[in-house]
Design a protein around this ligand. Structure first.
Ligand code: ATP
Length: 373
């Protein structure tokens, strides 16, 4: 029934032109529009985006829990879904494991039996079950909990059981659906670290859904930022942070200040933009004509702030401090400049008082110029 795929050789999960529409009483909701991506061997690909952008639907289509309308999915080089060829393997034949937000453990089974489940359904011998479950419980730090029941464990421990169950089957591909979002902040951070260490050690391939950008940048080798059923940008965390492809991406991964203006001239591979705070040099993200309306985006942490009148050179403009907030690791300034409100972050602990006149300077490489639409 299945055949060889057209995906690149190193790809463990390949999605081609996937489309999925839910038919509801209130009309059709298109959750995925022609989505394509490849997850390479040993890579963690994070699907990131706000609620409703389609990330869970994509994960569930790969798992076989949801039926797409069109497209093709291959896992480990095997076609598990193809609308054209009429292939749709059930979840248990897709050779992947899944970790859910809700842990999805059987409450009446011991930790050992929960973890052993995939091996027993695959008719593994009792000796081997004992050996492999023992090993994997050791790996996730639960070697003493085999005879406990899920209800006796903390949320973090239950999620470790669920991870152990995903690892024991040794399929090489694991799908994660917001696995840390039910846990409190400290446990979440620790489990995220542990997950990364484990992944580096074992080398499984992961497709990982989250709406948390810290989780995405901390875990992902690459991130697919999703926007209403499409991939807005796919790249490494640094690509996405430093060179966001759109205002949507810039705002979702980190935050951005925005100044509107129009293109005055091209200066080498930069453009000079006339804005309400004066002319600013930035890096264009598309071909731009003179006079074209644009927006200059820059991150609060990518500006320098100095008392006004200090050596006036470079790409700078004057602002007034409205409020300064000491946040321990950094200071946040709310500034106003010609009626525009801006936010700035700096590690410099010398607080500038409200009402102070300051100069803000921008690195033209980190000031990105987008068409205004
Ligand atoms: P969340 O983080 O809230 O789960 P998401 O990015 O994972 O969001 P999806 O759950 O994939 O998004 O939903 C994408 C779109 O499809 C949304 O508009 C959602 O309302 C709709 N949708 C999802 N599941 C169903 C369903 N079973 N029936 C009808 N519409 C659905």
């Amino acid at each position: 029934q299945s055949g060889t795929a057209s995906a690149p050789a190193r790809s463990r999960i390949s999605v081609r032109n996937l489309t999925k529409t839910y038919r509801t009483r209130r009309g059709d909701v298109t959750a995925l529009r022609n989505v394509s991506m490849d997850v390479d061997e040993g890579e963690i690909m994070v699907l990131l985006g706000p609620s409703g952008c389609g990330k869970t639907t994509l994960l569930r289509c790969v798992a076989g829990l949801e039926h797409p309308d069109a497209g093709e999915i291959t896992v480990n080089g095997r076609t598990v879904y193809s609308s054209e060829r009429g292939i749709s393997l059930p979840p248990e034949r897709r050779n992947l494991s899944m970790v859910f937000q809700s842990y999805a453990l059987w409450p009446h089974m011991s930790v050992f039996d929960n973890v052993a489940y995939p091996l027993r359904t695959a008719k593994t011998s009792a000796d081997e079950v004992r050996r492999r479950v023992g090993e994997v419980l050791d790996t996730v730090g639960l070697e003493k909990y085999g005879s406990s029941y899920p209800g006796q464990l903390s949320g973090g421990q239950q999620q470790r059981v669920s991870l152990a169950r995903a690892l024991v089957a040794n399929q090489g591909v694991i799908l994660f659906d917001e696995p840390l979002s039910n846990l409190d902040a400290k446990v979440r951070d620790r489990l995220r670290e542990e997950l990364l260490t484990l992944q580096r050690k074992i080398g499984f391939t992961a497709l990982y859904v989250t709406h948390d950008q810290t989780e995405a940048t901390g875990l992902g080798d690459r991130i697919a930022v999703m926007e209403v059923g499409t991939v807005a940008q796919l790249g490494s965390p640094t690509d996405i942070y430093y060179t966001p492809a759109s205002r949507y991406v810039a705002d979702f991964v980190g935050s951005a200040n925005e100044l509107t203006g129009s293109v005055a001239e091209a200066v080498g591979d930069r453009v000079r933009v006339d804005t309400s705070v004066g002319p600013l040099l930035g890096t264009p993200t598309a071909g731009m004509a003179k006079g074209e309306p644009v927006r200059v985006l820059f991150r609060p942490e990518h500006c320098l702030i100095a008392p006004d009148g200090a050596a006036a050179e470079g790409n700078r403009f004057s602002c007034t401090v409205e409020r300064s907030t000491f946040l321990g690791s950094h200071v946040e300034y709310n500034l106003s400049a010609s009626g525009q409100r801006l936010v700035l972050k700096t590690m410099d602990g010398n607080l500038l008082a409200s009402g102070a006149k300051v100069a803000v300077s921008l690195d033209p490489t980190l000031a990105r110029v987008f068409p205004a639409d």
